[in-house]
Design a protein around this ligand. Structure first.
Ligand code: NAD
Length: 256
């Protein structure tokens, strides 16, 4: 019998854009521990960057998924059901906000931009949880990714801070809702990492520098470090842990 922590476990990974993505760091660590992966890509433009990574990770399932399109969510979950029949984990590693709203002071953000940011960055996690629970016959683990800007007014995070605060609240309510089914729900809150999505934040380089200065050891997190925490949440190592916001930020969140 394999002693790998994720041997035979089936995990859906949503949010790989390229090899800098947090979701890629997570998928690599899970694969090394024996997980079987379903990997999605946003659209045709993204496919050519994600396909080689899905091949490298020997993904069983590789499909398009824009979480704001219900038919695509239907297609992914029906493929998971017909190919695997069950699911053990979901990694929701995605966020979106129109750039003009992200760059505006919070008092100037538009209603449409706000609703779109909430829909894609928060509601999609609730939607995925509802679909996943039907396939998690033996319990399971769901994780998403938040940021310290949910709890504090940090840098130029603005509208995304509101979306992440809602996502963290959804994590706690889903943990309570799905606990009786043996499904755990947690949020990982990494420090700043230079990824494609992060590049959309105004003055992100200044945020990186500030985080490096604030870190207890003067370091920024890597996607592999975040991946190791993801392994903890996906595996029995975190049995008994649910509804938590878990920081992987080299201590930035505890420094006053
Ligand atoms: P990334 O650009 O590599 O990944 C973001 C992903 O979101 C992309 O794969 C993109 O395709 C996906 N996405 C956007 N809209 C989507 C939609 N409608 N449907 C499906 N997928 C969609 O950037 P990342 O930094 O790896 O981001 C992953 C998660 O980590 C996000 O939730 C982000 O807010 C969070 N996070 C990032 C940082 C950081 O500093 N990079 C810090 C804390 C939290």
């Amino acid at each position: 019998m394999s002693n790998l922590l994720m041997a035979g476990k089936k995990v859906l990974v949503v949010g790989i854009a390229n090899d800098k993505s947090i979701a890629y760091g997570c998928a690599k660590v899970l694969k090394a521990q024996g997980a079987e992966l379903a990997i999605t890509y946003l659209n045709d433009k993204a496919e050519r960057f994600v396909r080689p990574l899905a091949e490298e990770l020997e993904a069983d399932i590789f499909m398009p998924l824009d979480v704001s399109v219900p038919e695509q969510m239907d297609a992914v979950f029906s493929e998971l059901e017909s190919r695997w029949g069950e699911l053990d984990g979901v990694i929701h590693s995605l966020a979106f906000c129109p750039l003009e709203d992200l760059h505006a002071p919070i008092s100037e953000c538009s209603r449409t931009g706000f609703l779109q940011a909430m829909d894609i960055s928060c509601y999609s996690f609730i939607d995925m949880a509802a679909r996943a629970k039907r396939l998690m016959k033996n319990g399971g683990s769901l994780i998403n990714f938040s940021y310290l800007g949910s709890a504090l007014a940090t840098g130029d995070y603005n509208i995304m801070g509101c979306a992440k605060a809602a996502l963290e609240a959804a994590t706690r309510y889903l943990a309570r809702d799905l606990g009786p089914q043996g499904i755990r729900v947690n949020s990982i809150s990494p420090g700043t990492i230079a990824t494609r999505a992060a590049g959309g934040i105004k003055d992100f380089d200044a945020m990186l520098q500030h985080n490096e200065e604030m870190a207890c050891d003067g370091k920024l997190p890597t996607i592999e470090e975040v991946g190791n925490s993801c392994l903890y949440f996906m595996s029995p190592l975190s049995e008994g842990v649910t509804g938590q916001i878990h920081y992987v930020d080299h201590g930035v969140c505890i420094v006053g």
